[in-house]
Write a protein of this length. Structure first.
Length: 116
């Protein structure tokens, strides 16, 4: 199983980025997918999650109204559209997939840096 995040980069405050998570080696439509982030010296934190069908989503309070998670089960992809980025959004962003309560698979992250 592989989860590969991409799309990170350097952006000015107020800008936008779209992250992608490509999955392989699993029956993707059976898994709930989440995005997490970890800033230097900080613990990993939850950002957003999307259910199997893509109908239900949930977000951390800090990103509500600015970030949108979506998925394409046919392509085995999950996306995180990030708008109105703030310097405090700077972190390594990773995607993860779970079948049950706990996350089974984690991907390598992609760096997002927001300059002020």
């Amino acid at each position: 199983v592989q989860l590969q995040a991409s799309g990170g980069g350097l952006v000015q405050a107020g800008g936008s980025l779209r992250l992608s998570c490509a999955a392989s080696g699993l029956i993707f439509r059976n898994y709930i997918v989440g995005w997490f982030r970890q800033a230097p010296g900080m613990e990993r934190e939850f950002v957003a999650t999307i259910n199997r069908s893509g109908v239900r989503t949930d977000y951390a309070d800090s990103v509500k109204g600015r970030f949108t998670i979506s998925r394409d089960n046919a392509k085995k992809m999950v996306y995180l559209q990030m708008n109105s980025l703030k310097p405090e959004d700077t972190a390594v962003y990773s995607c993860a997939a779970r079948y049950g309560r706990d996350y089974d698979y984690w991907g390598q992250g992609t760096q997002v840096t927001v300059s002020s």
